[in-house]
Design a protein around this ligand. Structure first.
Ligand SMILES: NC(=O)C1=CN([C@@H]2O[C@H](COP(=O)(O)OP(=O)(O)OC[C@H]3O[C@@H](n4cnc5c(N)ncnc54)[C@H](OP(=O)(O)O)[C@@H]3O)[C@@H](O)[C@H]2O)C=CC1
Ligand SMILES: O=C(O)[C@@H]1CCC=N1
Length: 269
């Protein structure tokens, strides 16, 4: 069985470990590194997986998943480089960081795959986009696709699109959560108890998502079907348009893309 080590078991690293276990992978096939002993002990207790140091992780695992914040990458690469044997596959989940950064800092010929996942991985509903670096072969991409396919959907994209993907699906769940949060607040304003408002909005979000995915309908047609002549929905849509919500979303996603580019530039030679 392939041994996978996750370096940095924070929010996304833990989502991946948890998702892989739920998908049937054995705890003995998973390793992780963490900076804080108490956090490491909690994860071992919760998931039955083994905490190791970086040198052990890169030596023992076949696939090394880097899941630290982009700002923490340099010291981690310093620790990985002298210990990484030839033939290992390095998978980066880090926003903004190009494969060539890893190729420059790790032993010559190391296969690197850049991935942008998202936190719905925790419930087996991730959206992950993958791109191979200079030494990544089809077999490496197939392996990463198989791993991430067990915790959600996977698409292959050219690396040049990864900053845009990061803004769309990497950050995307946060924007949906933000909308849900705002809609629940609207329920409070209208006098609905918070728990009831949350039920109403969360189930509406789940239903709308299911229609988008399973019904195969275009979002414009689905919205039009809710929008009756002289009805309630169009009264609300007019307010959204007046407040520039569509433009705000486009600007938000462009800003997120720009930030991803900036995170990568911070590590240019
Ligand atoms: N959160 C998300 O939705 C997504 C995140 N990502 C990417 O995933 C990466 C991680 O993000 P996220 O999980 O949110 O961040 P977190 O801060 O939650 O997780 C990073 C973890 O790595 C630990 N860490 C840092 N340096 C080391 C090291 N040298 N050795 C071992 N552990 C280390 C951190 O410890 P400490 O707490 O001490 O700093 C922390 O627990 C980022 O690069 C991000 O761009 C990608 C897609 C989605
Ligand atoms: O906010 C971030 O930087 C990370 C990357 C994508 C989602 N979260």
């Amino acid at each position: 069985m392939t041994t996978i080590a996750v370096l940095g078991a924070g929010k996304i690293g833990e989502s991946l470990l948890s998702g892989l276990l739920k998908a049937g992978r054995a705890p003995a096939d998973l390793l992780f590194t963490e900076r804080f002993a108490t956090r490491a002990a909690d994860l071992t207790k919760t998931y039955g997986i083994t905490h190791v140091d970086v040198a052990t992780a890169v030596q023992r695992a076949d696939v090394i998943v880097v899941a630290v914040k982009p700002q923490d990458i340099e010291p981690l690469l310093d620790e990985m480089a002298p210990n990484l044997p030839a033939g290992k596959l390095v998978v980066s989940l880090c926003a903004g960081l190009p494969t060539k950064l890893f190729e420059r800092r790790l032993p010559e010929g190391t296969a690197v795959v850049r991935v942008m996942p998202n936190t719905p991985m925790l419930v087996g509903e991730a959206m992950s986009a993958i791109s191979g670096g200079a030494h990544a072969e089809d077999a490496h991409l197939d392996l990463v696709e198989e791993l991430l396919g067990s915790v959600g959907k996977v698409v292959r994209v050219p690396e040049s699109q990864q900053d845009a993907v990061t803004a769309l699906s990497g950050s995307g769940p946060a924007y949906f959560f933000y909308l849900v949060e705002a809609m629940i607040d609207a329920g409070i304003l209208l006098g609905i108890p918070r728990a009831t408002a949350a039920d109403l909005i969360v189930q509406s979000a789940v239903g709308a998502a299911a229609m988008l995915r399973e019904g195969g309908g275009h979002p414009v047609m689905l919205r039009e079907a809710v929008t009756s002549p002289a009805g309630t929905t169009i009264a609300g849509i007019r307010e959204l348009e007046k407040h520039g919500v569509r433009a705000a979303l486009i600007d938000a996603i462009e800003a997120a893309r720009d930030r991803s580019v900036e995170l990568g530039r911070a590590h240019e030679e």
